[in-house]
Design a binder for this molecule. Structure first.
Ligand SMILES: C[S@@+](CC[C@H](N)C(=O)[O-])C[C@H]1O[C@@H](n2cnc3c(N)ncnc32)[C@H](O)[C@@H]1O
Length: 224
């Protein structure tokens, strides 16, 4: 590998966005990572710290329950949820990400699927007791975020929980001041996951352990 992998990753994203293809770069990036010519910057090799904290605090019991992990990448968050007993489905738009998830977790009980958040299977409507969304909405340009938020909320079954983890940005920061990806979420975007029957029950903002200037949201919602 001759070029800095982070530079390669940013170039792959920029080329796709410049072609007005806001999601194509994920497959290019995961495919390049599989052959060693790029790295996937968010692939932590473990579940997200804020998801682990939520699981430790909430001790969710997934017996006889279903879960959906949105934009699941290579599967680390989905495996943590499956370990809690949920019948877990995890999807990503990138076939190479899903192949990597199968490679990483060969004995997994999780159902890994290629699917598009912006055009999901109809059978997933109001179908999951737990929905976990980490860093997918913010990976989409701001013009697509409202539709992405709406689709995420529609996965949550009656009585179900939605957990959203995202990078935060101030409400008064203009959209065009951000050169994404990512496009971190304002408080009002986090609040836009609510509907008349999907309520925000906990919202925590905390600094990243690796960079205290980076703030993250952890938001939990409950459907009536
Ligand atoms: C920033 S990454 C975060 C991955 C993972 N959730 C994590 O936190 O490590 C965004 C993920 O969303 C996926 N993604 C982007 N747009 C998507 C879409 N429209 N439908 C499904 N997955 C999508 C990407 O392929 C990528 O794996």
């Amino acid at each position: 590998m001759n070029e800095d992998p982070d530079v390669v990753s940013r170039r792959i994203a920029r080329e796709s966005l410049d072609r007005d293809d806001p999601t194509g770069w994920f497959e290019h990036l995961y495919a390049a990572a599989a052959d060693g010519s790029a790295v996937v910057p968010w692939d932590r090799g473990t579940a997200h710290q804020l998801l682990r904290e939520w699981v430790e605090e909430s001790q969710p019991d997934g017996a006889d329950k279903t879960a959906l992990v949105v934009g699941a990448g290579t599967g680390w968050d989905a495996e943590l949820i499956a370990d809690r007993g949920y019948d877990t489905t995890a999807f990503d738009i990138s076939p190479s990400a899903i192949q990597a998830a199968h490679r990483n977790h060969p004995d997994s009980r999780t159902h890994y699927r290629v699917a598009d958040l912006l055009a999901p299977p109809a059978a997933w409507h109001h179908a999951f007791d737990l929905v976990v969304e980490i860093y997918t909405v913010q990976a989409l340009p701001i013009t697509l975020q409202a539709e992405a938020v709406k689709q995420v909320t529609q996965f949550v079954a009656p009585g179900g929980t939605l957990l959203v983890i995202a990078a935060a940005r101030p409400d008064d920061q203009p959209d065009d001041a951000i050169e994404g990806p990512p496009w971190p979420l304002t408080r009002s975007t986090v609040q836009s996951f609510t509907t008349p029957d999907l309520h925000l029950i906990q919202l925590i903002q905390s600094p990243s352990p690796t960079d205290p200037d980076v703030l993250r949201w952890r938001a939990e919602y409950l459907r009536d």
